[in-house]
Design a protein around this ligand. Structure first.
Ligand code: AHR
Length: 316
């Protein structure tokens, strides 16, 4: 926290700040999914590797807790703040407070929706619209263009960037394939338990009973894995009675694909630690950052999942 000491110290800091010199506050959303756990591990292990003083907070899936954590980082006078905004809106007041305190902010994984772009330095993460579109593209390739299919959509946390964007990307992707329709859409909060609960209701609906080709599209893998549990408990065979697509590319989804219970997962790379701390380092050394930095995602289905599963288990 040398920057707050005196003008001279600020100058020296800007010229050659090293990792041990600064304090980074990171306000995580919670531990709602395998993806999130991998993301937290990546942030913590990279900080430890670089000898960075990390102040970490877990908001337990509540925006008010994340805001409280950021306020506490400001009060502690950390040098820089990173956070994945749990939902897109409602951040202006606290980001304004950080700005007034001279503390730069990087949003990781999820974006904020604000008209004042000066409230954060940069965004680091995946292109969620592209992920939704990749899921739709895979489905169309799998089914062919002239099919009828009913999509049962498991939405993430309402108001969260990945939920909004993955819905939009998927809808854009199927827009020119009128036979594919979203017939049910409900939030499963990105958790396995809630995904299972929502799927239990979907299974009982007339849309499910009357459908000739069912597709379960989840905004993350954990909800799809919960949906598989619901199907199996109801005596429904996931391998033959629906096509199941998730997003994240976590090891359990790869395993489900290998077991024939799930069909495709679109990657969303959670290992943002190295890129995040590279950006922190650049800011601390007076460099200007691009407004956004994207990680690159892949598509994995039953052709490639078996070969890649062993490697995946070592990642996340
Ligand atoms: O913001 C990324 C999303 O958040 C992941 O897809 C999901 O699993 C997590 O909870």
């Amino acid at each position: 926290m040398k920057k707050v000491i005196m003008g001279l110290a600020v100058f020296a800091f800007a010229l050659s700040a090293s990792a041990a010199d600064y304090v980074v506050g990171f306000a995580q959303t919670g531990a709602e999914s395998m993806w999130r756990t991998a993301n937290t591990d990546s942030i913590k292990s990279e900080a430890a590797k670089r000898g960075i003083n990390l102040v970490f907070s877990d908001a337990q899936q509540k925006q008010e807790n994340q805001i409280r954590a950021i306020r506490s980082f400001i009060a502690q006078g950390v040098d820089i703040i990173g956070f994945p905004p749990i939902v897109e809106s409602g951040w202006e007041p606290v980001l304004q407070e950080a700005k007034e305190a001279g503390i730069p902010v990087i949003t990781t994984d999820r974006r904020v929706n604000t008209s004042d772009e000066s409230l954060f330095l940069t965004f680091l993460g995946s292109d969620f619209v592209a992920e939704g579109k990749m899921a739709a593209d895979w489905l169309i390739r799998e089914l062919g263009c002239n099919v009828q299919a009913d999509v049962f959509e498991l939405v993430g946390v309402v108001g969260a960037a990945p939920s909004i964007d993955r819905k939009k990307g998927f809808e854009d992707g199927i827009a020119n394939t009128p036979g594919i329709k979203i017939v049910k859409s409900q939030s499963g909060d990105f958790t396995r338990a809630k995904g299972k609960e929502v799927m239990e209701a979907f299974i009982k609906s007339p849309e499910w009973t009357n459908s000739k080709q069912r597709v379960v599209y989840g905004h993350n893998d954990d909800m799809v894995l919960g949906a598989i549990q619901a199907m199996e408990e109801a005596g429904i065979d996931p391998s033959s009675e629906a096509i199941l697509i998730g997003i994240d590319g976590v090891a359990d989804a790869f395993q489900a694909i290998v077991d024939g219970k799930m069909h495709c997962t679109i990657e969303c790379n959670p290992l943002l630690g190295p890129q995040f701390f590279d950006l922190v380092d650049q800011v601390m050394n007076g460099k200007t950052l691009p407004r956004e930095v994207f990680s690159v995602d892949g598509t994995y289905d039953y052709f490639c999942a078996p070969a890649l599963l062993p490697l995946r288990k070592t990642l996340y």
